[in-house]
Design a binder for this molecule. Structure first.
Ligand code: MLT
Length: 411
């Protein structure tokens, strides 16, 4: 007889974005004449930058020539890409990261999910609430969550750090000792940020408590204000306590192409039960070699092209386009008299659901009455209740239309 991993039975319903997709599919099937605008999942709509397309064409051609054909590549990523990352994402900001501290992958979702492999099962995990569901679900799957409390909507062993209007969306340091801390800034889903001083508190906490910060900076390219850190390593000492996740998905429109990377400085250490220090870089490298054969060569060439002069210009145009959408959303909500947060340094706008409705009720109203899809805040955790997320990744035309509908129908 084979036994299942019973941790999976602790997961709640289906994955948030699958639930939404199912609801929307049902609605469109029943109402084929309605033109539904999707501002739910953060999926990009702009075509890939020309530089990336050209780089991929060239790489495809190489694959057809026997002298240049590539089979398995290095599991950790090709040197050309790791070098480009080090130079452009870190050295340019005065951060010293070595090439062998970069691990290229097929996306940050996989990395933030897979990273749990290298941590002990009895580590205490802290997440912000609301949160990108992958951090929580993967800890549930790997047995770190304990039982779900239906009344509270929380897991017994997870430490929840509320982020809400009352604390200006800045999580407070945990009262108890935690071992693994997930932080995502610019934040998904709230679209809010921490400045360097605020982030420093977390680095200090992690140092004092020998904890690890798992820092997701997938949205750093959308930062528009000068004093907001793009990388946690801009904070002194972070290289001893933080693992950083980056993605080409939103920065360069790679949601369907798939490429990201994780940075694990060799100075980031964990402990055995006997107190022996072990480098997480070494563990992740071992795991990567066993479980991954590297991201595709063609895709890595496309990622490299992001860093070319032309590539940088082209991704900036796309990012500006999305941030213009964020402005359209913010202004529309303002006119509709709806309170909102975020959307200045992030492609997400987090709005307050009008009094008297839950997040899911608001989702239904928006879908049925205005044919606009967003993401209910409660789907990201109990402190997301009463909030709702709109993404700026739609087309400009659809974003304008969606806001017109919201303004004219009222909520
Ligand atoms: C989101 O909508 O939160 C993201 O697109 C999900 C993801 O990046 O996996």
């Amino acid at each position: 007889m084979s036994y299942i991993n019973e941790n999976f039975l602790e997961l709640q319903e289906s994955y948030l974005f699958s639930t939404i997709a199912k609801k929307v599919a049902k609605y469109t099937e029943e109402n084929p004449d309605k033109k539904v605008i999707k501002l739910g999942i953060g999926d990009v709509t702009r075509p890939l930058p020309k530089s990336c397309i050209e780089a991929m064409h060239k790489a495809v051609d190489e694959m057809g020539i026997s002298e240049e054909f590539k089979g398995y590549g290095p599991e950790q990523g090709y040197e050309f890409l790791r070098k480009a990352i080090v130079e452009n994402d870190y050295k340019s900001r005065g951060i010293d990261i070595a090439e062998d501290e970069i691990f290229v992958s097929d996306g940050a979702k996989c990395d933030t999910g897979n990273i749990v492999d290298i941590f002990a099962k009895d580590n205490v995990v802290a997440i912000t609430d609301p949160v990108y569901p992958v951090y929580l679900d993967t800890n549930v799957m790997s047995g770190r969550s304990g039982k779900f409390n239906l009344q509270q909507g929380t897991y017994e062993n997870i430490v929840y750090l509320p982020v809400m209007a009352e604390n200006d969306f800045k999580p407070e340091l945990p009262k108890q000792k935690v071992d693994m801390i997930y932080l995502c800034f610019p934040n998904n889903p709230t679209g809010t940020v921490l400045n360097k001083e605020e982030l420093k508190k977390w680095v200090e906490y992690a140092k004092e408590n020998h904890s690890i910060i798992l820092y997701d900076s997938a949205y750093e390219a959308f930062i528009t204000e000068d004093d907001i850190p793009h990388s946690i390593y801009e904070v002194e000492g972070a290289k001893d306590v933080a693992i950083e996740f980056r993605s080409f998905s939103k920065t360069a429109g790679f949601t369907g192409v798939r490429c990201g990377y994780v940075v694990i400085p060799k100075t980031v250490k964990g402990y055995t039960k006997e107190g022996k220090e072990i480098s997480y870089n070494q563990l992740w490298n071992r795991r990567t070699c066993t479980k991954f054969n590297g991201a595709s060569y063609i895709v890595q060439r496309a990622a490299e092209a992001v860093y070319s002069e032309e590539g940088q210009k082209q991704i900036k145009e796309n990012i500006d386009y999305y941030m213009e959408n964020a402005k359209i959303i913010r202004e529309g909500l303002e006119e509709a008299g709806i309170t909102y947060y975020g959307g200045v340094n992030a492609p997400y706008v987090w709005l307050k659901v009008p009094e008297g409705k839950t997040s899911w009720e608001f989702f239904d109203t928006l879908l049925q009455d205005m044919n606009v899809v967003g993401t209910p805040g409660s789907g990201f955790g109990p402190h997301g209740e009463g909030y709702f997320r709109l993404t700026a990744f739609g087309t400009k035309e659809n974003t304008i239309k969606a806001m017109e509908r919201i303004k004219s129908k009222g909520c």
